[in-house]
Ligand binder design. Structure first.
Ligand code: SKM
Length: 500
């Protein structure tokens, strides 16, 4: 069995004293080692600065890197002084030294067999453009191994999330210790899931803003949100498929839920461009279930082998599970989550305890005709509401209107739409979602016509739409309520356990 994946925090400060403080902070966070990025130091003088940086006893083992500009670092000088600094770091007891593949042979010759035995040499290759083919990666791996590296490091760049699967293959099959990471937001899962595939280490930043590579998570998130210490070969993988997906709170919620029931599973964000390609690439039983958000909920209906009848009627899937026979089954937990949240929001303001839905007979305006819009329209109609669809693109509104048997409007028409009192409004578009928090789908003036306003957007918790609706005196229902309820439904599908 392989050793557990180590967590390495890069220390990137400009001054040696601050860098030492970063190492101490990394130790306090629970990191296993710290990477001293010597190329980051301003006015670095090896003989003056290294003895202090590597003085023993140290709070953490040190990985010493002196990255040249031509490999994405900041060192601009010749190889010789750089090699001398790395050699000195070894003599001072650095546990790991990183050298770039392009000069690895030259460095090893320079060392002429004087590498201390307890220092491990990492030979690294960084590709900031793309992730090569499986064959090219295998040949790169062989080339690095041929240098005599103790540890191989390959970092590439994802242009799409499926690139990461090739890196996972390399990790799984490699016979020597290997660090294999895929940079940028489409490669994010490589940083969380490498413990599952046997990666030697993963990097986690000390805090947001201190990343040493694109889309590096924080060490705190790796430990506390993703529970990387618990991830191993048998860990099941779940996640939220979306684009964008960075705003989603699903990873926080589902990882905490998995932890609370002691399930060997992890939940990650999947930034996906092409859903069908994603699902056919990550097709092993280990990828056990998915949440689906904008803009993939409708495509998900086509990508599943079986679709629950209600999800099929709605025309949108937000939950996918992989059955033991490998088949993908799609469900929709949005409509129950949203409709029950709106009903409870209204009931909380009423004295009656009627079992009839407070939506029955009401005029219910849905903004948006995508996956969430379809779920809300379906649910409201089921409860006896008269549903109206408003959408920026009128044709889409008409399509859903026809399906649901209700009129369609453009957003402009909605501005002056006030056929009766007591209307309910539900925004299902991403308008107003972080970072576009100043946007809103409908003017405050128009909001005066509504008794109840719901927003499926939950980042921020109080959107501009909800704030202005409250100012107009409407009962407001937060998207967070829907988010939590749809997630409870998903948890049941994912685990077979009750959601609360
Ligand atoms: O339907 C949900 C989805 O399951 C998860 C989600 C999220 O994580 O932001 C939002 C909704 O689309």
């Amino acid at each position: 069995a392989r050793a557990r994946t180590l967590l390495c925090v890069p220390a990137t400060a400009r001054a040696p004293r601050e860098m030492a403080a970063e190492v101490a902070a990394a130790a306090a966070l629970g990191a296993d080692l710290a990477e001293l990025r010597l190329d980051r130091l301003a006015g670095f003088a090896p003989r003056r600065d290294l003895p202090a940086l590597l003085a023993k006893p140290r709070t953490l083992p040190a990985l010493v890197t002196y990255r040249p500009k031509w490999e994405g670092g900041e060192y601009e000088g010749d190889d010789e002084p750089r090699f001398e600094a790395l050699q000195l770091a070894m003599e001072l007891g650095a546990e790991y030294v990183d050298i770039e593949l392009k000069v690895a042979d030259k460095f090893i010759k320079f060392m002429s067999g004087k590498k201390p035995e307890n220092c491990k040499l990492i030979v690294s290759s960084h590709n900031y453009d793309n992730t090569p083919s499986a064959e090219e990666l295998a040949s790169l791996l062989a080339q690095i191994q041929a240098t005599g590296a103790d540890i191989v490091k390959i970092a590439t760049t994802a242009t799409e999330i499926v690139d990461v699967s090739r890196m996972f293959q390399i990790l799984v099959h490699c016979q020597v210790p290997i660090i294999g990471l895929v940079m940028n937001d489409r490669g994010f899962i490589s940083r969380v899931l490498c413990p599952k595939f046997g990666g030697y280490l993963t990097f986690g930043s000390l805090e947001k803003g201190k990343e040493s590579a694109p889309s590096q998570p924080t060490a705190a998130d790796l430990i506390n949100v993703y529970n990387i210490r618990q991830i191993g070969p048998d860990t099941k993988v779940f996640g939220i498929i979306g684009n964008p997906v960075g705003h989603s709170k699903s990873p926080i919620l589902h990882n905490e839920a998995f932890r609370s029931v002691g399930l060997n599973a992890v939940y990650v964000p999947f930034l996906v461009d092409d859903l069908a390609k994603f699902l056919s690439t990550y097709s092993s039983p280990d990828f056990a279930g998915f949440s689906c958000t904008i803009p993939h909920k409708e495509a998900a209906v086509r990508c599943c082998d079986e679709v629950d009848p209600i999800a099929r009627d709605i025309g949108a899937v937000n939950t996918i599970i992989r059955k033991p026979d490998g088949k993908l089954v799609g469900y929709n937990t949005d409509y129950v989550g949203a409709i029950s949240a709106i009903e409870d929001g209204i009931r909380a303001t009423q004295q009656t305890h009627s079992t009839v839905s407070p939506l029955a007979g009401r005029l219910f305006v849905v903004i948006g005709a995508g996956g969430a819009g379809k779920a809300l329209a379906y649910g409201a109609k089921e409860k006896g509401a008269r549903v109206v669809i408003a959408n920026r693109t009128f044709a889409r509104a008409q399509e859903l209107g026809n399906l649901i048997g209700g009129p369609a409007l453009t957003l402009t028409e909605l501005e002056n739409y006030h056929p009766e009192e007591g209307m309910i409004l539900a925004n299902t578009t991403a308008i107003g979602m972080h970072p576009n928090v100043n946007e809103t789908p409908l003017s405050k003036q128009a909001l005066k016509s509504y008794a109840v306003v719901f927003d499926a957007v939950y980042t921020p918790k109080e959107t501009r739409l909800l704030r202005e609706a409250a100012e107009c005196g409407a009962t407001v229902v937060s998207g967070l309520e829907m988010f939590i309820r749809q997630a409870m439904g998903q948890f049941e599908h994912f685990t077979g356990m009750p959601g609360c």
